[in-house]
Design a protein around this ligand. Structure first.
Ligand code: HEM
Length: 208
């Protein structure tokens, strides 16, 4: 199967940050509130993976290399996994698995509702990411998976609510997200340079 090694590489690399953060927590290298640091890092990791997933199609168009598309679904599922870990870390370390505390927290941190909305969207994409759903949903599959842009907007709003004072970091993610969205606008897409000949299988000449 094509790209098997590449897929395996992505599969092995994606969970490394989580292992590293857990190790840092274990050796007390995450500061006085390791639980909060873990929640934040897993949330940021999920946002990174969402942006990486969205950059796969533009990268494929720019480079002409099919490997980007070969791992797109996997990276999307890793994003979902990071979000699940983000929510689990929140439930264990910040709530102490206390349901009453959750009700108090929902009043204090309304951005959790926004995050939950993003999670529901990601869940819908994750359960329909298999071949069976692609075949069964037909055209509607593509429409459903456009939801990913709404999820990105929701995730950015959720983060903005958390960081508020520190807009610089947030702006970096927002600009990247808007840039990736713009690349999908048909008029912009038309003027995008296509596949560097280096990667194109059908090209005889190799130009850089
Ligand atoms: C039920 C769903 C969710 C819950 C309960 C939740 C909970 C939280 C909490 C409690 C924080 C703030 C921690 C703190 O600093 O006090 C946070 C931050 C964050 N979350 Fe979520 N979240 C959810 C969904 C999501 C989703 C879907 C994403 C992205 C795809 C996401 C990305 C982030 C990011 C980027 C931050 C900010 C991290 C930072 O500033 O370093 N969250 N979340």
């Amino acid at each position: 199967m094509r790209f098997r090694l590449w897929r395996l590489f992505v599969f092995l690399v994606a969970p490394i940050p989580v292992g590293l953060w857990l190790y840092q927590a274990w050796i007390f290298a995450l500061g006085p509130d390791p639980g909060k640091v873990l929640v934040d890092r897993l949330g940021l990791g999920a946002l990174w993976l969402l942006l990486i997933t969205l950059s796969m199609t533009p990268l494929q168009k720019l480079t002409g290399w099919g490997g980007w598309i070969a791992v797109r679904r996997q990276v999307g599922l890793w994003c979902f996994t990071y979000v699940m870990l983000h929510i689990s870390a929140y439930a264990v370390f910040l709530l102490g698995l206390d349901m009453q505390q959750l009700l108090i927290d929902l009043g204090k941190r309304p951005y959790i509702f926004v995050g939950a909305l993003g999670f529901c969207g990601l869940l819908a994409l994750a359960v329909t990411s298999n071949r069976f759903s692609v075949r069964r949903l037909g055209k509607r599959w593509k429409q459903l998976h456009r939801l990913v842009y709404a999820i990105l907007a929701i995730a950015l709003l959720h983060m903005l609510w958390v960081v508020r004072a520190d807009m610089a970091e947030w702006s970096g993610y927002a600009v990247t997200g808007i840039g990736l969205l713009l690349l999908r606008v048909p008029i912009v897409e038309r003027y995008l340079p296509r596949g560097f000949a280096l990667f194109r299988r059908d090209d005889k000449k190799v130009s850089i």
